[in-house]
Design a protein around this ligand. Structure first.
Ligand code: F6P
Length: 324
């Protein structure tokens, strides 16, 4: 293998740049030509492919976002789109790929590898932490800390006005961010897609809590089964029926996706990026380089996207116990 390309795809996450840097520099260190593909699979289809050098990735290890840009490509889901992508890679002489992204990225990479056989190794880049085969995904730690900083600030004003705050964090299908923020932010409740939210229990507990606490923080993952934070707040408010109690909603949104990556994310990203290139050179393909129990582990894409990654049960219990 002489020439590889790297791209970022799906929702961006802090630390993707550190990962790109590690791929480019490891590749050059190992004597490879390294190319960058812009805008993920979209750029692969459009032929937005440029040679990268060591200096191309200077001064990015600390920056959020992705210098290669990202996209969610509908065209890549079609055989015609993937054919165009393959032809572009072929014309650039690309013999190996590093795909940085989440489950959508790896689903695309798996299909593409099965159709065209270009060796591909992935790096887990998503704030959601919902990828099997790695303890943490690149960007999760930063997103949690960003959300936590916001929750701390909301707590000040919640306490000052004796209000109940519903804070919505990202996570369409996974509650990892909500759970970690819930523990770190001292939330009274955390609502996540993985478990059924019992409205009656929430209402009863909030009523009980009012004997000991004047304000409360409820963290809601955007994909909770009862709806988003606004919808859940309305349901709770309707059942609490206390005209003196004020309910507020804050949706943290895309603020969680930006910002300088934490040290943890920079190190994780660097390790995964380097491992992806080393893996390609050792003949690995159709798999992701992640970190499990502090060791680099390669997991087939099929497992990364097909195996559920459960929340840590002790963490949910922790929130229940510590919120009394
Ligand atoms: O997958 C990462 C993520 O940030 C999710 O937590 C969120 O639901 C989604 O992306 C938002 O996507 P978009 O930026 O396309 O609105």
């Amino acid at each position: 293998m002489k020439r590889i390309a790297v791209f970022t795809s799906g929702g961006d996450s802090p630390g993707m740049n550190a990962c790109i840097r590690a791929v480019v520099r490891t590749g050059i260190y190992r004597g490879l030509d390294v190319y960058g593909i812009y805008r993920g699979y979209e750029g692969m289809i459009e032929g937005e492919i440029k040679r990268m050098y060591s200096y191309s990735v200077s001064n990015i290890v600390q920056r959020g976002g992705t210098i290669l840009k990202s996209a969610r490509s509908l065209e890549f889901r079609t055989p015609e789109g993937r054919k165009k992508a393959y032809e572009n890679l072929k014309s650039h002489g690309i013999e190996g790929l590093v795909a940085i992204g989440g489950d959508g990225t790896f689903t695309g990479a798996k299909v593409f590898f099965e159709e065209y056989g270009i060796p591909t190794v992935g790096c887990p880049g998503t704030i959601d932490n919902d990828i099997y085969g790695t303890d943490y995904t690149i960007g999760f730690d930063t997103a949690v800390n960003t959300a936590l900083e916001a929750i701390d600030k909301i707590r000040d004003t919640a306490a000052a006005h004796d209000r109940i705050f519903f804070i919505e964090v990202m996570g369409r299908d996974a509650g990892f961010i909500a759970v970690e923020c819930g523990i770190g932010g001292g939330a009274e409740f955390v609502m996540v897609p993985e478990t059924k939210t019992d409205l009656k229990h929430v209402v009863k507990s909030l009523k009980n809590l009012r004997k000991t606490k004047t304000s409360s923080i409820l963290v809601v993952a955007e994909g909770d089964d009862l709806g988003n934070a606004e919808e859940i707040m309305q349901q709770v408010k309707a059942q609490i029926k206390d005209p003196n109690k004020e309910f507020k909603v804050t949706t943290l949104g895309h603020i969680q996706r930006g910002g300088n990556p934490t040290a943890f994310d920079r190190v994780l990203a660097s390790r995964c990026g380097m491992a992806a290139v080393e893996g390609l050179l050792e003949g690995k393909t159709n798999c992701m380089a992640g970190v499990v129990n502090k060791e680099v582990v390669y997991t087939p894409f099929g497992d990364c996207i097909g195996m559920p990654k459960p929340l840590i049960p002790d963490h949910l219990k922790l929130i229940d116990i510590l919120s009394i």
